[in-house]
Structure formats: structure tokens, C-alpha cells
Design a protein around this ligand. Structure first.
Ligand code: ADP
Ligand code: MG
Length: 248
């Protein structure tokens, strides 16, 4: 515990909420503390992710404890992996017998959605939910959107989907994608997703994710106070993680 406090102090993090787990000092800690998938750890190392960044040290154990999270960390600090690593692990550890979409990552732009998809695909390489079924990640592109609508591809095929709000709403409205099995929703660049331009779409998406056990998280470089208010109203005992200074 002392080490953890020293770690927190060294990167000026501020973590508030109830029952906060200790941060990880290395990715290997995940093997001993959580039943972390060896293949996933291997993929991290193969992609030269050897040490967790501060937002990853704090955020990964929280997510693995199935907590709702509001995370604020500077641009370039590794927020993408901070939400992808636990998302993949949580899906691996209970995904064996459930078909269909379980993880949803919402991004305000197509470019960012594409980057998240690429990063997620690297980590999901050769990861299997059981012996026969590889974990499936997709970007909700224009063509996938069309294929889902004309049933050229089953909406049960994917475990994780990365998307912008409008494209997701479009398939959902057309009853081409069922969100009722979604257990984890992540809002990346949440400050944008909850501002005036997007907030209605974001609400729409949240109301379609009707699984009562839905875990929600928000990641952003800045969390304006109105976004924090929304977070508190839609989340269950959220933990707030702030790395560096909160320059609101
Ligand atoms: P943010 O979303 O916080 O702006 P990103 O998730 O885009 O930051 O990460 C910024 C860069 O840091 C990316 O190139 C990513 O691959 C790299 N990165 C993330 N985590 C690590 C890590 N643990 N070790 C080395 N590089 C990392
Ligand atoms: Mg980012």
C-alpha cells in the first residue's frame, strides 16, 4: 500500500471514490492480481507496451473491478489502452458462453474511431473466447453498417464495436444491431460526446443499452463540470481518476 501511495504521488494522480483498488506497478502485476489472459499480456509486450502509463496503472484495476469510471488525463498519456486492456480482459473472462456484442466504444470522430479500432485489433490478435472462437472486433464503417442492415453479416458476430454516435444510431434505429447484451460502454473524448453537438445522440445510445449491469466509463483530456454532473447522474458509484492537473 505504501508503494502504491508513492506511485500515486510520483505521477500526481488524484483518485476519488469508494473502495479504490491499488494501482498496478507493471503489466505482470495483472497476472498475479487478476486472472489476466496470458495471450493478452503477450500482445502488449509484442507491441512494445512494457510499462503501464499512470492512467493505465490506475484505470485498469478499477475497470477490472467492474467500476464505472470518469478518467481525465492529458493527451498522449495512453488513455486508449487504459480502457482497451480491461475491456478485452473482462470480455475474455466471461465471454465464453455469451454471443453477441458486449463492448461498445464511442468516439466523436471517424479518424479517432479508426485509431482505436487499430489499437484494439493489435491487442485482440489470436485471443480466443473458447477454442474455436476468436474475439471479434469491428469498426462500424459505412460498409459494415450496410451489411448489418441487409443481414449480409450477423449482428451477433462481433464482441466489440468501435463507432461514432450517428453510425451506431443509424443501425440501431433500423433494428440491425441489438445493444441489449452490451455490458461495457466507453465514451472516448467524453467532453465532446457530452457537449451540445452530441449529447442527444449520446443519450439515445445510452437508452438503447438497456442491460441493467451496463458498466460505463468516460475518458477525456478535460472534464468540464457539466460533463462531471452528467457522469454522476448516469453512473453507479463512479470513481474519478485525474492524472496531472485538471485544467478545466
Ligand atoms: P491519449 O488517448 O491519452 O491521448 P493514446 O492512447 O492515443 O493517448 O496514446 C498515445 C501514444 O502512446 C500511442 O502511440 C500509444 O501507442 C502509446 N502508448 C500508450 N500506452 C503505452 C505504454 N504503456 N507504453 C508505451 N507506449 C504507450
Ligand atoms: Mg485518446
Amino acid at each position: 500500500a505504501e508503494e502504491a501511495m508513492a506511485l500515486r504521488k510520483s505521477y500526481k494522480s488524484n483518485v476519488t471514490g469508494e473502495d479504490i483498488p491499488l494501482p498496478i506497478g507493471s503489466f505482470e502485476d495483472l497476472i498475479t492480481r487478476f486472472q489476466f489472459d496470458k495471450r493478452l499480456l503477450n500482445n502488449l509486450i509484442e507491441n512494445h507496451f512494457t510499462e503501464p502509463t499512470p492512467i493505465q496503472s490506475e484505470g485498469i484495476p478499477l475497470a477490472l473491478n467492474n467500476r464505472d469510471i470518469v478518467a481525465c488525463a492529458p493527451t498522449g498519456s495512453g488513455k486508449t489502452l487504459a480502457f482497451l486492456i480491461p475491456l478485452l480482459q473482462l470480455i475474455i473472462s466471461d465471454g465464453k458462453d455469451s454471443n453477441g456484442l458486449k463492448g461498445l466504444i464511442i468516439s466523436p470522430t471517424k479518424e479517432l474511431a479508426n485509431q482505436i479500432f487499430i489499437e484494439c485489433s493489435k491487442l485482440a490478435q489470436k485471443v480466443f473466447l473458447d477454442r474455436k472462437r476468436p474475439l471479434q472486433v469491428a469498426l462500424l464503417s459505412k460498409s459494415l453498417n450496410a451489411k448489418l442492415k441487409n443481414k449480409a453479416v450477423s449482428d451477433k458476430k462481433y464482441d466489440i464495436l468501435v463507432t461514432t454516435p450517428l453510425r451506431l444510431i443509424d443501425v440501431v434505429k433500423n433494428e440491425a444491431l441489438d445493444l441489449s447484451g452490451v455490458k461495457h460502454i466507453i465514451f472516448d473524448e467524453a467532453d465532446k460526446l457530452f457537449d451540445k453537438t452530441f449529447v442527444e445522440q449520446t443519450d439515445d445510445i445510452l437508452s438503447s443499452c438497456n442491460n441493467p449491469k451496463l458498466r460505463k466509463s468516460m475518458f477525456s483530456a478535460t472534464i468540464p463540470s457539466n460533463v462531471e454532473e452528467i457522469a454522476n447522474s448516469i453512473m453507479m458509484d463512479p470513481v474519478r481518476v485525474i492524472i496531472g492537473h485538471k485544467d478545466a
